[in-house]
Write a protein that binds this ligand. Structure first.
Ligand SMILES: C[S@@+](CC[C@H](N)C(=O)[O-])C[C@H]1O[C@@H](n2cnc3c(N)ncnc32)[C@H](O)[C@@H]1O
Length: 246
């Protein structure tokens, strides 16, 4: 792999922007924006970026979960929560603080392919959550804690490193969401909750239809903290119906 010096990369990226050749992707990824003056300006003007630092969260996306939980009450003291695609760990910070409120014995398992600094009271697994090996590791932790098939909440904010090609990114995220949903169906307890991220696209509707049979309610949510120009949204599935499990 050839490494391009940062200054050269930033300059060439800005030059291309000036010539009007850059088309920023309309999805969750900043992959083509990062390092440009446009990106820096956006960060400086973003109230959530400032709040993240002040409130000591690891990532801006924390405000999406905080907003969803404040509105829909999905994380409770004593809950068992699995956070798929967890790095750098801000969703797990919230999950752990809400699950352990009032000195309750909540259990949080955070999984990501990337290494991330450990969090107090959170089990971390580094690996691909779509693989059997990683799912077995999650099950081991659940078993050791007497929580096999007794998970209250599965969260999935997993996203691939975006290519900027909308249909391709959409297909990948649908596969991740499908895998998270399949795992959730195996591990959730009656009335459990699944929350996952998607990008707009034709396969989102099909995925939702497949999942609907397992839950009382399935709804799309676009939190205020999710950027308006991003096609990401979240799907909140509440009231898992154990009797419909295959
Ligand atoms: C948007 S970030 C998650 C941010 C996180 N919710 C937080 O608040 O800190 C998406 C993460 O999904 C992870 N990811 C993508 N595919 C994955 C997979 N198959 N298994 C595990 N992690 C995955 C990426 O490595 C990335 O860290």
């Amino acid at each position: 792999m050839t490494l391009i010096p940062l200054r050269k990369f930033v300059t060439s990226s800005i030059q291309l922007m000036k010539r009007g050749k850059r088309i920023p992707p309309k999805n969750f990824s900043d992959v083509h924006l990062k390092g440009t003056s446009q990106f820096i300006l956006r960060q400086l003007n973003d109230p959530y970026v400032k709040r993240r630092r002040l409130e000591n969260y690891r990532c801006r996306s924390v405000f999406k979960l905080l907003e969803i939980d404040d509105d829909h009450k999905i994380l409770h003291p004593g809950s068992t929560i699995i956070d798929l695609g967890a790095a750098p760990g801000s969703w797990s910070q919230v999950a752990s603080s809400r699950a352990c409120e009032n000195n309750q014995d909540g259990l949080v398992i955070a999984v990501d392919m990337k290494r991330f600094p450990p969090l107090d009271g959170v089990y971390s697994i580094i690996g691909d959550f779509t693989t059997v090996t990683v799912q077995n590791k999650i099950e081991d932790i659940l078993r050791e804690n007497g929580k096999s098939n007794k998970v209250d909440v599965v969260l999935c904010d997993a996203a691939p490193k975006a290519s900027g090609v909308k249909t391709m990114d959409h297909d990948i995220i649908v596969k991740l969401a499908f895998s998270a949903a399949k795992f959730a169906v195996q591990q959730l307890k009656e009335e459990g909750t699944l929350l996952f991220k998607l990008l707009d696209g034709d396969k989102s509707v099909q995925l939702k239809q497949k999942i609907e049979v397992f839950f009382d309610t399935v709804q799309n949510i676009k939190p205020n903290a999710s950027r308006k120009d991003s096609s990401e949204f979240f799907v909140l599935c509440k009231g898992f119906k154990l009797k419909n499990k295959i």
